[in-house]
Design a binder for this molecule. Structure first.
Ligand SMILES: [Zn+2]
Length: 131
């Protein structure tokens, strides 16, 4: 890990972006654990699922990942991010809607009783390793 570049990243991208850095830090704890479990020599790819409402900006997550991975077991790995759109179901009429805005009103019946089905997740989907 390169502490110097991480702190300069944090200061140039405002304090809020510490969020992605702390996520990446805990992600790497999991990655190193998994790699040890599998007796892997290195991690070659990492796939994450990032929901539209997860509070994470994929672009910042990727930047943080690429800086953090230096000198780790995942130094040569590729990060793949699958963005999951916000999907809701109307509790009144049952309509399922993929929303690109965050207006929580059913387009069909104007109900505000919407249940979130997807879009809040932040998941480590897949790791590929070389043993
Ligand atoms: Zn409805």
């Amino acid at each position: 890990m390169n502490l110097k570049s991480i702190s300069s990243l944090a200061s140039t991208n405002c304090v809020r972006r510490m969020h992605e850095l702390s996520i990446v830090a805990s992600l790497f704890e999991i990655l190193e654990e998994k790699a040890k479990e599998k007796k892997a020599k290195k991690i070659t790819s990492v796939k994450l699922k990032v929901g539209a409402l997860s509070g994470v900006v994929p672009e910042f997550l990727e930047t943080a990942f690429n800086i953090y991975k230096e000198d780790t077991i995942a130094a040569e790995s590729k990060l793949e991010i699958e963005e999951v759109p916000l999907k809701v179901r109307c509790q009144q009429c049952g309509t399922e809607i993929v929303k690109d805005d965050f207006v929580f009103i059913c387009a069909k019946c104007d109900s505000r009783e919407l249940k979130t089905l997807a879009g809040t997740e932040l998941l480590l989907e897949k790791i590929e390793v070389e043993i």
